[in-house]
Design a protein around this ligand. Sequence first.
Ligand code: FAD
Length: 276
Amino acid sequence: METHNFSIEFYPPKTPEGADKLRIARGKLAALNPKYFSVTFGAGGSTQQGTLDTVLEIIGEGHAAAPHLSCVGGSREQIRAILGQFQSHGIRRLVALRGDLPSGYGGGSELRYASDLVEFIRAETGDWFHIEVAGYPEMHPQARSPQDDLQNFARKVRAGANAAITQYFYNADAYFQFIDQTRALGIDVPIVPGIMPITNYSQLMRFSDMCGAEIPRWIRLKLASFGDDSASIKAFGADVVTSLCERLLKGGAPGLHFYSMNQAAATSTVWQRLAG
Ligand code: FAD
């Protein structure tokens, strides 16, 4: 199994217990030898220190790590300071996002879209960072139309992104169509599919409602039918996600980015089945 673009995402733990659990999960996931781990960034800078601490801990353990950085709710000055901090620690890779502000948060954003952030990072730091941006095969929920969203995606790549990671999806055709359409626009950076392992029905439904990812009806009905039978949900989830990954890799996807939710088991199961 080629693992050239296999990455795993964490969120910064909020408590010392969460940090301990993440260390254990990370130890197991590191054995899969991903190219890098990435660590999310709370919009408005809410996890700024936690993101950096987690990234530095991973680097200290001898693995590559990329912080995410979102621009919503932040000023140019704040983002400049964060970029300087990343550079001073020798961090060379990041994931650049607009982010989503929690409702009721009134903070103004000097950089409005991810394309503005990418442009700013390039203007401030030149080629120092390898920049990943987000792509939406099933369209970003706030976009006016799929065509508009595609043009906006192209804009942020042209602003200087090296590669992209997609929102998760369970419909491989949406990814392949997205790839065809971006290639038709002359965008040729690697676009790595984001993979959300399935372990918990209600959590998956909640996240998918928020981010606009579609859960196909047959998957939804099957998961619902298992009720509280967590073992059946996980077994079915592993089958569905492994088949999806197989199809994506066979169809030319340049790698896989796993949303691990700070848990090792589901990502490890899928990866081992792909490798086996
Ligand atoms: P953008 O690319 O700016 O797009 C946002 C919306 O604006 C889209 O609808 C787009 O079509 C539209 N748009 C873009 N440019 C323009 C323009 N010039 N004019 C008009 N409309 C425009 N969130 C976090 O808070 N922290 C994280 O760490 C994080 N990590 C993520 C990692 C990945 C791989 C993915 C896929 C998402 C992540 N998110 C994270 C969620 C992300 O912040 C949200 O999906 C957010 O709503 C959009 O961010 P973006 O960078 O894609 O925004």
